[in-house]
Structures are given as C-alpha cells and as structure tokens.
Design a protein around this ligand. Structure first.
Ligand code: PMP
Length: 366
C-alpha cells in the first residue's frame, strides 16, 4: 500500500459538522435587527470603553497569562476563591478544554437531545463518543440521562438553562442527577444564561461545585455582560480541575482587551440589573403575544424564546424566516438542534421585539 498523498485529519474529525453561527446580515437597504445569537440589546457596560482605552495604548505587551485581574473581579463579585476560577476565550473554549482533558477514544460523554451543539463537536474532537439522552417536553430529564450512563461515561454536559429551548432543571433535580452519577463522572453545568433566570428553585451550580470534586460550572460574558465580541468565559471548578486545564490551555488564552473589559463589566451591577429587568418583562410579553398569534412557545427562563410554527404550507419556520429576513429581522433557524419547524428569537430591544410581533402577525394573516 502507498502512503497517503497528503496529511489526513485523525479519524472522526471529518464526521464533525462545523458549528454554523446565527446569520447577521439583512438585505441591502433594510435596517438590521439581529435576534439570532442571544446577544443583549443593551451593549456592554459604559465602564468597558475606558478600560479598553487603557489597554489599547499598550498592544505590544503580552496579556497576563493568568488573567489575574479578571479572576479577581469574578471572585470579588461572586464571592468565590480565585484559585477555583479559570477563564477562557469564551466558555466554548473551556468546554473544549474539559473534553480534551477528560476524554480519550473509547470514552463516552452524555448530552441531551436538544442540548447546545458544541458539546457534540468537542466530544468528537477528543475522539470520544457522544451519547444522547432524550428529553421530555423539550426539557432535560434526569432519569433519561442516568439511563445513558455506562462504565465508559466520563462527562455529562448539561446546559442549564438550555439553548435553544430555554428550559431549565431545578436544583433538586440537578442534585438528584449528581447523587446518582458515579464519582468518576464529571458533571458540567453550563450556566451561560444563569443571570437571566428568575426562579426560586434554580441554582447556577456554585454551591454544588464547592461541595463536590466532580462538578464544574461554566459561565459567559457573551450574554448579560454584552461582550460576545471579545470572547470571555469562566469556569468554577475544584482546584485540581483548574490545574489540569491550566496545563493544556494556550498560555495567553485571553487577550488583554478581554481581561480588562471583563473585569470592568462584571463590576457594573446596575447594568446587569437593568438588562435582567428588561428581559424579564419581555420574556413574559413575547411568550404571551406569540402564543396569542397561535404559535407555540417553549416556556423559557433565558434571554430567548423557541417559537414553533404550524406545519402548514406557506407558514412554516422556513417561510417565516424568509419573511422576517426581508424586513430586517434575523432569528435563528434551529434545524441542527432537531427543530426543523421552529425559530429561536433573542429578547431584543422593545423596538425589535415589537417589530417581530408586527411582522409575524402579517405573516400569519397571509
Ligand atoms: N453555552 C450555551 C448554552 C450557549 O448558548 C453558549 C452561546 N451560544 C455558550 C455556552 C458559549 O458562549 P461563549 O463561548 O460565547 O461564552
């Protein structure tokens, strides 16, 4: 046999479907309302601009490889030990590092049916096998996850709340899941939307991480803090897990702008509160008004809603997407998440939200 003529990716890499982000373009001449990537309508805290100007004056310098100023700010605001925090180039990077550090070929990692798509990508990239737990009513189900556990299971990835459904599991269910998992299985609580959740029975995972050696929580600055463009995430984990990931990450995985901006943003609690109040009011109103139009809306606790369209020719999600797009409203197709006939809509500004409601009313009347 002859040698391959060119370098080949390792087995499995070309079976991975690349992540396709939400669209971000409106037709020429139409004002764009981008509601496709769960970004905040409020932008970043005004404090961020001043922090960035300082950094911009010294771009020749390497950033602090430990992102110390950012860890310190997170530790202070959330009252956590900085030694248990690791920052990443988006929480995506941290999810990938967890997969790299804990999964080998032959291992299995579990995610749920309509779970966030990057878990599957990182599990496969690590050479391991994704195992999909079914959901019930578009919500993760503890018993279904537990039924997937085998001696090969190494990680359970759970977005809480989940994207794109917006559903969540209450703390008691997460505890029941954890209690039944073998001690060598890592439970990854992806709490990207935690700040938006206003439910008494919800916990992002801070206490569970503190009390256990096999639980980590990931968070992001991309949503409530309005810094998606700078790529900043963080993880709370047992120190030995922080140590393991510190060994394999890029030495300067956060750039200097990200470190400074994140530290400024997280201290601006007024900005966060304003965003949460707006989201709360609109989440309720969008759910109510979209339902009144005859569309089924999955009950969400995040900053987005999953809207299901009728199976009627001319009124499907694809038709709605085309109709909205020509008017400048960009929602997210979620076919890749197993929802061929739904669109995910980010809670936007009042103007954008009202615009979508008006356009959908026209669309459904035609
Ligand atoms: N987890 C979930 C559930 C998400 O929806 C997202 C953003 N789409 C992320 C993680 C990643 O966020 P980032 O990498 O921007 O921190």
């Amino acid at each position: 046999t002859s040698l391959p003529a060119r370098p080949q990716p390792k087995p499995g890499v070309l079976d991975i479907e690349a992540y396709v982000p939400g669209k971000s373009k409106a037709p020429a001449g139409v004002r764009l309302h981008k509601l496709s990537s769960n970004e905040t309508p409020f932008g970043a805290s005004p404090e961020v601009q001043a922090a960035l100007a300082d950094v911009a004056a010294h771009l020749e310098l390497y950033p602090d490889g430990q992102a110390g100023a950012l860890k310190a700010a997170i530790a202070e605001v959330h009252d956590l030990p900085a030694s248990r925090i690791l920052c990443g180039n988006g929480s995506d990077e941290l999810l990938g590092l967890l997969a790299q550090a804990f999964l080998s070929p032959g291992d299995e990692a579990i995610h749920t049916e309509h779970g966030f798509l990057v878990y599957d990508i990182y599990i496969r990239a690590a050479g391991a096998t994704p195992v999909v737990a079914r959901e019930r009513d578009e919500r993760a189900e503890v018993d279904a996850i537990l039924a997937c556990v085998t001696p090969r299971t190494r990680i359970v990835f759970l977005a809480n709340p989940n994207n794109p459904t917006g559903t969540y599991l209450p703390a008691a269910e997460i505890e029941r899941l954890h209690a039944a998992l073998p001690a060598n299985v890592l439970l990854v609580l992806d709490a990207a939307y935690a700040e938006y959740v206003r439910r008494e029975d919800y916990r992002a995972g801070t206490e569970m991480v503190a009390a256990n050696r096999n639980v980590v929580m990931t968070r992001t600055f991309s949503k409530i803090h309005g810094l998606a463009g700078l790529r900043i995430g963080w993880m709370l984990a047992p120190e030995e897990i922080v140590d393991a990931l510190d060994r394999i990450r890029g030495p300067f995985n956060l750039n200097a702008m990200a470190i400074a901006a994140g530290a400024a943003a997280i201290r601006d609690s007024a900005h966060v509160e304003k965003s949460v109040a707006h989201n709360d009011a609109w989440l309720e109103r969008l759910t109510r008004e979209l339902s009144a139009l005859g569309l089924r809306v999955t009950p969400s606790v995040g900053n987005f809603v999953l809207v299901h369209f009728p199976d009627r020719a001319g009124h499907t999600a694809a038709d709605a997407d085309a109709f909205l797009t020509t008017r400048g409203f960009i929602l997210r197709r979620v076919t890749g998440y197993g929802f061929p006939n739904a669109l995910r809509m980010t809670v936007g500004s009042a103007e954008a939200n009202e615009g979508v409601l008006a356009v959908l009313k026209d669309f459904l009347a035609k």
